[in-house]
Design a protein around this ligand. Structure first.
Ligand code: MG
Length: 264
């Protein structure tokens, strides 16, 4: 049976976080729904200034990474500060992967776009479907699709025809297509730990792509899901994205950079 998730800001959660921070871990965060509040339109996502100020203090103290499915240029412009690592495209960008590996990913995505145009007619799947090629992955947004169920069904049927078959990451209102042999958020984090010569990581995220990290995280990583969900593989949770402020303040205080009067 799965171990029940614990609230990160409970006495037990804080004790575990304090112990982790004493080992100077890598701190890694998803962006959408984690560092930025969930918004109706993906293009509106921004990191609030107050959160950014505290995050800056933490970035000054420990190696921090923002790990997102967005393209790296997209994610950079949404961050008011620059942590040591900004990882985009689910792990493909922000790390010096070999050129031939990246080229293979790009060619796969270009081939999918050609197939989508010539055979699968994504563009004709009804108004509101937004196709976002991201060089090393493709995101299809269906939040605004007028006939959402039909659009999703048509997409699923089209994915079955794509060559090579994509790795699919479904969200509430979008789906990401990744080449099967490409980097993932977890692979990117493992790479950053090697670069930093560290063993332990904290990872906070909120969606399906983050579950891949939670599921495969070694026992000494601390994994935190925004939103309690008994199906999650994360070991800790925050009730809501707004608790990130308290979470970052706690981390900053333990790291010794924020006066205690800021803390509950
Ligand atoms: Mg997210």
């Amino acid at each position: 049976m799965a171990v029940p998730m614990k609230h990160l800001l409970s006495p037990e959660g804080k004790k575990a976080l304090r112990a982790l921070l004493s080992e100077r871990p890598l701190l890694a965060f998803d962006f959408d729904g984690t560092l930025s509040p969930t918004v109706m339109m993906a293009r509106q996502a921004r990191m609030p200034q107050g959160l950014a100020r505290t995050f800056q203090e933490i970035c000054d103290a420990l190696p921090c990474a923002v790990v997102s499915g967005r393209g790296i240029d997209d994610i950079r412009k949404r961050l008011p500060i620059q942590p040591k690592y900004v990882i985009g495209n689910h792990g493909a960008e922000g790390i010096a992967w070999p050129d031939n590996h990246l080229l293979a990913l790009r060619e796969t995505c270009e081939s999918w776009m050609t197939q989508a145009r010539d055979q699968l007619a994504w563009a004709d799947m009804g108004p509101g479907l937004i196709i976002e090629p991201k060089t090393y992955s493709i995101c299809l947004h269906f939040r605004l699709a007028l006939q959402r169920a039909q659009t999703v069904n048509a997409l699923k049927a089209s994915f079955a025809q794509l060559e090579p078959a994509p790795h699919l990451i479904w969200g509430d209102s979008s789906v990401d297509l990744l080449p099967e042999n490409g980097p993932t958020k977890r692979i990117a984090l493992e790479h950053l730990l090697k670069l930093e010569d560290r063993q332990r990581a904290l990872y906070i995220g909120d969606d399906v792509a983050d579950e891949h990290v939670f599921l495969a995280a070694p026992p000494d990583w601390m994994t935190v899901r925004i939103g309690r969900d008994t199906r999650s593989s994360a070991r800790y949770f925050l009730y809501h994205q707004t608790e990130m402020m308290d979470c970052l303040r706690f981390i900053a205080r333990v790291a010794g950079f924020t006066p205690s009067f800021h803390i509950h």
